[in-house]
Each structure stands twice: as C-alpha cells, then as structure tokens.
Ligand binder design. Structure first.
Ligand code: HEC
Length: 92
C-alpha cells in the first residue's frame, strides 16, 4: 500500500482510477460487464495469478489476449493502488 494512506483512502483512490481507466473493459468495480472483452476481476482465481506481483505485471506489461500495457500511462503509485484495489474485489 502506498505510504501514508489508510485502507479506505486506498480503496477510494483505486476505485476512481479503475473506473476511469479499466472499467470500459472490466466493468464497474471489475464485475466483468464492461463493453469490451475484459474478464471479471472479482474472481478467486486469476488466469495469470492473483499475487500482487502477478497483478502488477498484468497491469504494467499487459497480457496477450487484449490487456493493454499501462506501464507508461500510469504512475507507480497509481499502479500500486490499483493492485491493492483489484485484490480487494474478491469477497470471500
Ligand atoms: C481494452 C480493454 C482493457 C482495458 C482498458 C483494461 N483491461 Fe485488463 N484485461 C483485458 C483483457 C482482454 C484481459 C485478458 C487478457 C488475457 O487473457 O491474456 C485483461 C486481463 C487483466 C488482468 C489479468 C486477469 C487474470 O485473469 O489474470 C488484470 C489484473 C487486469 N486486466 C487489470 C486491468 C486494470 C487494473 C486495468 C486498468 C488500468 C485494465 N485491466 C484495463 C482488457 C482490458
């Protein structure tokens, strides 16, 4: 988690970035109902893994079947915030 932010602030910031940059494909809050082809991100299992490292790699480098690379479009702090937000989407 980025320094100096509590959980609620991180979730709010993550949601704002996600719904602006990612929801068109992945749906609002990653529910999989976006207009494009992105998979739901509230699943227990991810194709490329749900560890922070794996999620970060998906965002930074993109993935072959239509996930764009955001490594140069987003700042490190935004990416780290998104990683935490994506991890929080799966409710037990
Ligand atoms: C243009 C549509 C599009 C946008 C915008 C997009 N994604 Fe994706 N994303 C995809 C697709 C399609 C896949 C599946 C890629 C594959 O299977 O190889 C994917 C895969 C992923 C995965 C891996 C899921 C898994 O099962 O391992 C993560 C994590 C992810 N996206 C997060 C994000 C985040 C965070 C953003 C915003 C910064 C974002 N995506 C923006 C289309 C998109």
């Amino acid at each position: 988690m980025p320094e100096g932010m509590n959980d609620q602030q991180q979730t709010a910031m993550g949601r704002a970035i996600f719904n602006k940059r990612c929801a068109s494909c992945h749906g609002t809050d990653g529910n999989g109902t976006g207009t494009s082809s992105g998979p739901a991100l509230d699943q227990a299992q991810f194709k490329y893994g749900r560890t922070p490292e794996a999620i970060k790699e998906s965002i930074v480098k993109g993935r072959p079947n239509g996930m764009p690379a955001f490594g140069s479009a987003l700042q490190e702090i935004e990416i780290d915030t998104l990683v935490g937000f994506v991890q929080s989407l799966h409710k037990q």
